[in-house]
Design a protein around this ligand. Structure first.
Ligand code: GLU
Ligand code: ZN
Length: 268
């Protein structure tokens, strides 16, 4: 069993991360598995080295230790490029010149759905995927079924939820969906343990994984999120729950872990 903890250094470590780390490390330790630490710094505009340093320092203070040296997505450009080249060679990639605003105009209608579906505008255009344009993968219209260890049986149709997946944006940043899928495959991650906010991303990651040659998908477990109020998800900008601030306010390691466990329904 190999799982991973995959924070994006776009802010300080918060209680939501700690809850996720508890689920990840506890499951791995109970099953004799390994935890890989993956720094998801694929978005060059939003990631900052000082957040990464702080993140590593807070994790060490909390006692979460990975079983191998951390892997940085920013150092894996050549790998992602090779996977993209292969998709392109198989006719699965196309250039998208749509602006973000244009794509946002085509929201999927549905109760509470914030999902934006790309309508396929550029599918048949003749631009080559290069600099200054987005790169998208043609998704087949498959229904993906999987049995989530926390949420039970799921059916998702990525072509209907999000449409053809953006793997690289017009600025040249690889997207989260792409690099997470590539790395979960190449790092041979057997178990993806993460918060419930990513449940909807799973079908598209399984489908993309299939397209890049992953023989069988990982097992997924989407645990409850920490809630600030009934419906508001924590974000990294909530300074009041940043581990840095709790430490500065004199919280002990045990108290931070207990708080994260309590707020996410994790039993220590
Ligand atoms: N980097 C993602 C985040 O910070 C985690 C993605 C994942 O676990 O698949 O939310
Ligand atoms: Zn387009």
């Amino acid at each position: 069993m190999t799982t991973r903890f995959a924070p994006a250094p776009t802010g300080y470590l918060h209680l939501g991360h700690v809850a996720n780390a508890l689920y990840v490390w506890t499951d791995a330790r109970e099953r004799g598995g390994r935890v890989l630490l993956r720094i998801e710094d694929h978005d060059r505009a939003r990631c900052r080295p000082e957040f990464e340093d702080a993140l590593l320092e807070d994790l060490a203070w909390l006692g979460f230790e990975a079983d191998e040296p951390a892997v940085r997505q920013s150092a894996r450009h050549t790998i992602y490029q090779r996977v993209a080249d292969d998709l392109h060679a198989r006719g699965l990639l196309y250039a998208c010149t749509c602006t973000r605003r244009l794509v946002r105009g085509s929201r999927v209608q549905g109760p509470g759905s914030e999902e934006v579906r790309y309508p396929g505008t550029c599918r048949n255009a003749s631009h080559a995927p290069g600099d200054g344009v987005g790169w998208r993968v043609r998704l087949p219209h498959d229904a993906i079924t999987f049995d989530d260890r926390w949420c039970g049986p799921q059916v998702q149709v990525p072509a209907r939820q999000c449409g053809d997946l953006l793997i690289r944006d017009r600025l040249g940043n690889w997207t989260y969906q792409f690099v997470a899928t590539v790395d979960d495959h190449l790092q041979a991650i057997t178990d993806v343990i993460r918060g419930r906010d990513l449940l909807d991303s799973t079908g598209r990651q399984i489908l993309l994984g299939r397209l890049i040659g992953r023989p069988a998908p990982a097992i997924f477990a989407h645990h409850p999120l920490i809630m600030k109020s009934a419906s508001q998800k924590l974000s990294k900008s909530d300074g009041d729950t940043g581990i840095r601030d709790l430490r500065a306010a004199g919280w002990s390691r045990e108290r931070v872990l207990e708080e994260a466990a309590k707020l996410s329904g994790f039993s220590l």
